[in-house]
Write a protein that binds this ligand. Structure first.
Ligand code: HXC
Length: 513
C-alpha cells in the first residue's frame, strides 16, 4: 500500500548518496581522494553511522546554483571502537564542499549535540571555504561554527582531518580544534589560495608551498600530525581517541597492560651521554619508562626541540612533555614554548596528568627570538604549567638552567612531585656562562683564559650544578636512581589520583597570547 512512498524514499536516498554525481565522484577518485561517505565508513565502526539532514538543500538566492541533497556536507554520529563520536565530512563533489547557510546549520546541529552529550567531534575537511554564491549567509554560517568550536573547547575533544583543499573559513575552524591531521600531498590549508596570493602580492607560490604538510607540519605548526594517506589518517584518529576521555567530566580510559609498573631499566643511565654537550635522543628514555613503549607523538616535526605526546603509565593516559637535546640542544624557543603550552592546556582540560622530563640549557637568546617575541611566547609555558591543576610530575634528567628550570614544571609552579636523576644540573646559568660572568675580571687578566675557564667551569659544575642543593631545600622531592624512573613516576601518579585543586573564582585568565 505504501510502496510508492517507500520507493520515493529510496530514490531520494540514492540521489542524496550520489553527492555531486558520478562524474565528480570519478574526478575525486582520480585525484587519489576518497569521497566523504567513504571517509566516514573508514572512520567509524561498521554499521554504526547514523546520518542526519540527508535531504537538506541550499536556500540561497542565486537560481543558477544547483541544489544537491545534503548541501555539500555529511553529518551524523557513530562509534569508534564502541565509543560514541559525532562527525561531519565536507563533500567536495558538491560545489567544492563550499559552506553555505544550510550546510553550516547541519554542522552546528551536530556540534551542539556533541557538546550536550559530551562526545568527541571529528571534522573531515575538503572544502573551498565560504560558498561564494551565498555571500554573507555563508560568512554567517562560519561565525556560528567558530562560536561552537569555542564553546566545545575544553569540553569535548575536537579533531580535524584535512584531506583536500581547505580554504578560508575551512581553515579557521580546524585551527580552533585540538588536533589537526593532514594527509600528505592531499591536505592543503590556506586562508587564500595561490591565485589570490599572486593577484594581491604578485607572489608565485605553489599549493604545497603555501599550505601543504611541509609548511604546516614543520613551520607553522598548524598540523599536529601527518598521515601518508587517508587510511593512515583514520587509523591515527582512532588511536588518538584511545588516549582521550569522552569529555572534560570524565577520566581518560585505562588500558590493561602486561608491562610491570615496577619494571626497572638499568640501561637508562647509559642513555644519557657522559659529556653534557653531546646530543642524544631523549625518546629512548621516554619509551623506556612508558607502558609497552607505545608513544603517540603530537607535533613530531614541528619545534622538535621539545617533545609532546600521549602515553600510558600503569595503564593510565599521561601527557609527556620533554626537552629533546637532539635538536637545538633542547633549548626553549618561541615555537617550542607555544607547542608545549598548548599541549599542557589540552591535558589540563581533559584530566590527563602531565609528566615532564627536563634536559635543557635554557631559553634561546638572540635578536631573532627577542624581536619575534620570546618574552611573550616563552612565558606562555610558565602560564600553562601554573594554570594546570591535573597531577603534575617532573623528572630532571640533565640540564635545568635559569628560566627554563622554572618553566619546565618546577616545584614553584605547583608541580606535585619533582624527581631528579643524580645527573641533574640545576643552576641559574650553565657552568661556562656562569664562569664568564662571575670570574670576568680574573679571566680577562689571565694569559691562559681557556684552561682556567675550563677548570673553573668543572669546579662550578661539581659545586653548584647538581640536584642535591635543590633536594636539601625540598624543591626536589627525591633524587632517584634512573633505573627506577618508571616505578617512581607510576607510584607518584597513584598517590595523586583524586587530586583536587580549586583556585579563586575568575571568569577566565588572560593568557599572554
Ligand atoms: C562556491 C566553489 C567554491 C566556493 C570551489 N567551488 N570553491 N563554489 N564557493 N568557495 C566549486 C567550483 O566552482 C567547482 O564547481 C568545484 O567547486 C570544484 O572547484 P575547482 O576549482 O574546479 O577545483 P580545484 O581545481 O580542485 O580547486 C579547489 C580550490 C578552488 C582550491 C578550493 O576551487 C578555490 O580556490 N576555491 C576558492 C577558495 C576561496 O577563496 N574560498 C573563499 C574563502 S573566503 P563545479 O560545478 O565545476 O564542480 C572564506 C571566508 C570565511 O572562506 C572567512 C572566515 C574567517
Amino acid at each position: 500500500m505504501h510502496e510508492e512512498k517507500l520507493k520515493k524514499l529510496y530514490e531520494l536516498k540514492n540521489l542524496a548518496e550520489s553527492g555531486g554525481g558520478k562524474e565528480r565522484i570519478e574526478a575525486q577518485h582520480s585525484k587519489g581522494k576518497l569521497t566523504a561517505r567513504e571517509r566516514i565508513d573508514l572512520l567509524v565502526d561498521e554499521g554504526s553511522f547514523i546520518e542526519l539532514d540527508k535531504y537538506v538543500t541550499h536556500r540561497g538566492d542565486d537560481p543558477e546554483t544547483q541544489k544537491f541533497y545534503g548541501d555539500g556536507v555529511i553529518t551524523g554520529f557513530g562509534s569508534i571502537n564502541g565509543r560514541k563520536i559525532f562527525v561531519f565530512a565536507y563533500d567536495f563533489t558538491v560545489l567544492g564542499g563550499s559552506l553555505g547557510e544550510m550546510a553550516s546549520k547541519k554542522i552546528v546541529k551536530i556540534m551542539d549535540r556533541a557538546i550536550k552529550v559530551g562526545a568527541p567531534l571529528i571534522g573531515i575537511i575538503d572544502s573551498g571555504g565560504a560558498r561564494i554564491q551565498e555571500g554573507v549567509m555563508s560568512l554567517d554560517g562560519y561565525g556560528d561554527i567558530f562560536y561552537r568550536n569555542t564553546t566545545a573547547s575544553g569540553i569535548i575533544p575536537q579533531i580535524t582531518a584535512s584531506i583536500g583543499p581547505c580554504a578560508g573559513g575551512a581553515v579557521y575552524s580546524p585551527a580552533m580544534t585540538d588536533f589537526v591531521i593532514m594527509v600528505e600531498n592531499i591536505g592543503q590549508m590556506f586562508v587564500t589560495g595561490p591565485e589570490v596570493v599572486k593577484e594581491v602580492l604578485s607572489e608565485d607560490v605553489s599549493f604545497e608551498e603555501l599550505g601543504g604538510t611541509s609548511t604546516h607540519a614543520t613551520k607553522s605548526g598548524v598540523a599536529h600530525m601527518v598521515a601518508a594517506n587517508e587510511y593512515e589518517c583514520m587509523e591515527k584518529i582512532k588511536k588518538l581517541i584511545t588516549f582521550l576521555p569522552q569529555n572534560n567530566l570524565q577520566e581518560p580510559p585505562s588500558l590493561e597492560t602486561n608491562d610491570d609498573p615496577n619494571r626497572l631499566d638499568p640501561s637508562l643511565i647509559d642513555m644519557l651521554p657522559e659529556n653534557p654537550y653531546q646530543p642524544y635522543d631523549i625518546k629512548s628514555i621516554i619509551t623506556s619508562i612508558i607502558d609497552d613503549k607505545e608513544f603517540f607523538e603530537i607535533h613530531e616535526t614541528f619545534a622538535s626541540n621539545i617533545i609532546v605526546g600521549f602515553a600510558r603509565m600503569g595503564g593510565k593516559t599521561v601527557g609527556i612533555v620533554s626537552n629533546q637535546p637532539m635538536f637545538l640542544a633542547g633549548v626553549l624557543d618561541i615555537d617550542s614554548s607555544n607547542k608545549a603550552a598548548r599541549f599542557i592546556r589540552f591535558c589540563d582540560s581533559f584530566n590527563i596528568p602531565i609528566i615532564t622530563l627536563v634536559d635543557t640549557p635554557g631559553y634561546l637568546p638572540g635578536s631573532d627570538q627577542e624581536q619575534n617575541g620570546i618574552i611573550r611566547h616563552g612565558s606562555k609555558l610558565l602560564y600553562a604549567y601554573c594554570e594546570a591543576t591535573v597531577p603534575k610530575i617532573t623528572c630532571i634528567i640533565g640540564k635545568a638552567y635559569g628560566g627554563a628550570y622554572i618553566a619546565m614544571g618546577s616545584k614553584n609552579l605547583k608541580t606535585d612531585i619533582n624527581f631528579a636523576w643524580p645527573t641533574a644540573e640545576i643552576a641559574v646559568l650553565g657552568p661556562e656562562a656562569a664562569i664568564t660572568i662571575i670570574h670576568r675580571r680574573e679571566l680577562k687578566s689571565s694569559l691562559d683564559a681557556k684552561t682556567i675557564k675550563k677548570k673553573l667551569a668543572d669546579e662550578f659544575r661539581k659545586k653548584f650544578a647538581n640536584p642535591y642543593i635543590a633536594a636539601e631545600k625540598g624543591i626536589i622531592d627525591q633524587v632517584i636512581d634512573p633505573m627506577e624512573t618508571r616505578t617512581m613516576i607510576i607510584g607518584a601518579l597513584n598517590s595523586l589520583s583524586g587530586k583536587r585543586e580549586i583556585g579563586p573564582w575568575k571568569k577566565h585568565g588572560n593568557i599572554n597570547l
